[in-house]
Design a protein around this ligand. Structure first.
Ligand code: ATP
Ligand code: MG
Length: 243
């Protein structure tokens, strides 16, 4: 279980990007975080993964305080993260990247099956470098394959749909469903897509650095899809008031 208590994050410019965030994610839970651009979603994901250090508050994973742990220590503790904009590395192949993400020895056959499940032909991609030549969507898929390859307590995906074409998007939904069946841990997906919101157990809305809604999908999704004229992200009645 992941527990965040009173998490805040201030950028150098003293701008408060996350304000007193309190949230828990249960084992086996599939949580989708949504909200307007600039609401703080990616920052929250980076704080959980250890890429950014919170200005205040604490993060517990299965009761252990990981607030001060490094990215590597958190990865070892079972946190994995797929970036909104994946990082590219010259000289590293797709095979290396999935292997590194998995943090355990994998055969080519195993790596290939992960690549297949994200719609990449293994023969064509195993030896390709994850450099600027890979398209945005290809890069995104390699990263998702990496997270899938890792047996993890908590997997965080930041806008996995970004740059993914329609055919692959349908597969992406299947991938999440499969991951959810096969893992004991939790999945957090940051997304603006209704199709992803539809498969959530819980939905959380982050706006202006604060949680403005959190609850079961059945309760939150209808609020988000409310009639035109209402704000998409909060209980107020003014369209666009959170943007
Ligand atoms: N290191 C930083 N320094 C200053 N401002 C930052 C920093 N990181 C993020 N921000 C600002 O914090 C706010 C939240 O950014 P964040 O990337 O978390 O939003 P988001 O909810 O992921 O948005 P999107 O839906 O567009 O991906 C934005 O206004 C952003 O410009
Ligand atoms: Mg973001």
């Amino acid at each position: 279980m992941l527990e965040l208590s009173n998490i805040s994050f201030c950028a150098e410019a003293e701008k408060e990007i996350l304000k007193n965030i309190n949230m828990t994610v249960q084992d086996g839970e599939f949580l989708v975080i949504t909200g307007p651009n600039g609401g703080g979603k990616s920052t929250l994901a980076k704080v959980i993964a250890g890429i950014e250090t919170p200005s205040g508050g604490s993060i517990l994973l299965d009761g252990n305080d990981i607030t001060k742990e490094s990215i590597t220590a958190r990865a070892k503790a079972g946190v994995s993260f797929a970036f909104q904009q994946p990082v590219r590395f010259k000289g590293i192949t797709v095979r290396d990247m999935v292997q590194m993400a998995a943090q355990q020895p994998l055969s080519d056959q195993q790596i290939s099956s992960y690549l297949w499940s994200v719609g990449l032909c293994a023969k064509e991609y195993l030896d390709r470098e994850v450099n600027a030549e890979l398209s945005g969507g290809e890069m995104k898929r390699v990263e998702i394959a990496g997270v899938m390859a890792k047996q993890t307590k908590l997997a965080i995906f930041d806008e996995p749909e970004a740059g993914i074409d329609l055919w692959s998007f349908k597969n992406l939904i299947d991938i999440f469903q499969k991951m959810r069946e096969n893992m004991d841990g939790s999945i957090i997906v940051i997304s603006h897509q209704e199709r992803i919101l539809e498969i959530a157990d819980e939905i959380m809305v982050l706006s202006g650095g604060e949680i403005t809604a959190r609850g079961k999908r059945q309760e939150i999704l209808p609020q988000l899809l409310k009639a035109e004229g209402d704000c998409q992200f909060c209980a107020k009645k003014e369209r666009g008031c959170c943007e």
